[in-house]
Design a protein around this ligand. Structure first.
Ligand code: SF4
Ligand code: SF4
Length: 444
């Protein structure tokens, strides 16, 4: 299998081998070996669930930094709407965007503007007669990767429209390059992200050869500096262009509202998403038109690289959306989605290649044989799913044993049995020992 870029990394020195992360990983990508967590590269979808779970901060996301702006002639920030919810709703979006301009960016273009364009295109797409139902939103890269590894048969259900951030980057890079007469490669386009999967999607895009985004900077990384910067921005600054339709994408259900999908489902949190996709794969949800699937609880607002508590952020975002609606009503502002060039929206679904992880062997006969051995091995394990062996559950340990990456005695219960049997064998052998030779008194 080819190598994949991963944003989520482990710092082994901080790992205590506590197994918290192994049990929450949605693709069972983590094992504890020799007392440390290890991520199986081809299973990881960069959802960031392990970052949330590790209280020892051993799991982190590798992202770019403000220092990287120095490599470009002109720099544009693409803030995710989640950024706005990190601040109290008294601080307007205009002021937050003004703060970004003091951090070294020459310009700001809101991802929410891209979301408005994607909403308009999705509304049109859902009207088509040949849409495979249920259509699944492709905006969350962790969900697209989950489909690649666990449900490759659902790739045809993904909506073939680029994610808002990529649309925003394509538009702004091309237009500024033309307007400022700067070669496109000398323009730095930076996504301010709440999520490691989006960092991965920038480095290794899904559905395109190359991303138009130069890099991704974690919201948590710039938050402190931005907080200081916004105190210097005049309160009457005007930078916001996106409407509530695009900004609302930060919340679970915001996308569904924006695309005006009626017969729709909204599913957030990666384990819930996995359960629903299982139902789609079984053909149980064919009558649903559209499913918005989001890896994080509450939507992007719950991303592991955001700083604010997800519930607080959600509350702030709802207040903010009300304010924006009222303000836009006064100003008569409307979504500027228009009719974008289809090139801007191009997303090649064929480039989403299946990466199945459920198969035990490429050779179908060997795979079937391994399944048989795995089932027999599983029957011998205690079935407690305690995780103390370093695999997330007994089934995963049975699979690891069959694949030769673990031994039955990694299970503490099996190890105890083995030690007891060995001890018994030693006792039995000791009973068979010949009596010690008595030394003759004449030998003295
Ligand atoms: S949660 Fe995972 S990475 Fe963190 S200390 Fe425990 S085993 Fe290590
Ligand atoms: S990022 Fe997600 S898929 Fe990857 S190891 Fe962590 S929990 Fe598992």
């Amino acid at each position: 299998m080819p190598e994949y870029f991963h944003s989520v990394k482990l710092t082994p020195e901080r790992c205590k081998g506590c197994v918290n992360c192994t049990k929450r990983c949605p693709t069972e990508a983590i094992r504890i070996r020799e007392g440390k967590a290890k991520i199986t590269e081809h299973r990881c979808i960069d959802c960031g669930e392990c970052i949330r779970r590790c209280t020892n901060h051993a799991k982190t996301a590798v992202t770019d930094s403000l220092d990287d702006l120095g490599n470009f002639q002109y720099n544009i920030a693409l803030p995710a709407p989640t950024l706005y919810a990190q601040f109290s709703s008294d601080i307007s979006i205009d002021v937050i965007l003004g703060g970004l301009l003091t951090l070294g960016f020459d310009e700001v273009y809101e991802v929410a503007q891209g979301a408005e364009i994607v909403s308009a295109a999705t509304r049109e797409y859902l009207k088509k007669a040949d849409v495979k139902k249920p259509a699944i939103s492709s905006a969350c890269p962790a969900v697209v990767r989950l489909i690649q590894v666990k449900f490759p048969e659902l790739i045809d259900h993904l909506i073939p429209i680029e994610a808002p951030v990529e649309v925003a980057a394509r538009l702004v890079r091309a237009s500024r390059s033309a307007a400022l007469q700067i070669p496109p490669e000398k323009i730095g386009v930076w996504f301010l992200t709440p999520c490691p999967a989006k960092m991965t999607a920038v480095k290794q895009p899904l559905g395109a050869d190359k991303s138009n985004i130069s890099g991704a900077i974690a919201i948590s990384q710039i938050y402190g500096e931005l907080l200081k910067a916004i105190s210097t921005v005049p309160r009457d600054s005007r930078h916001r262009r996106a409407t509530a339709e695009g900004v609302g994408w930060a919340l679970s259900g915001g996308e569904t509202r924006a695309v005006a999908a009626v017969n729709a489902m909204v599913v957030d949190e990666i384990h819930n998403v996995s359960e629903i996709l299982e139902q789609v794969a079984l053909g149980k949800l064919n009558k649903v038109d559209y499913i918005e699937c989001l890896a994080c609880s509450g939507g992007c607002i719950g991303g592991p690289l955001a700083v604010e508590n997800r519930f607080v952020a959600e509350h702030r975002m709802k207040q903010r959306l009300e304010k924006i609606r009222a303000e836009d009503d006064r100003r008569g502002a409307v979504s500027q989605a228009g009719n974008p060039d289809p090139e801007v929206l191009t997303y090649d679904r064929r480039a989403i290649v299946p990466r199945p992880i459920m198969r035990l062997d490429e050779d179908i006969f060997k795979a079937m044989h391994k399944v048989e051995i795995m089932e027999q091995t599983l029957k011998k394990l205690p079935g407690l799913d305690c995780g103390s062996c370093g695999s997330p559950n007994c089934r995963a340990l049975a699979e690891d044993i069959v694949q030769g990456t673990a031994a039955e005695t990694d299970c503490l219960f099996k190890l105890r049995e083995r030690v007891r049997d060995l001890a018994q064998e030693m006792v039995d052998l000791a009973k068979k020992l010949p009596p010690p030779l008595e030394k003759d008194d004449d030998d003295k």
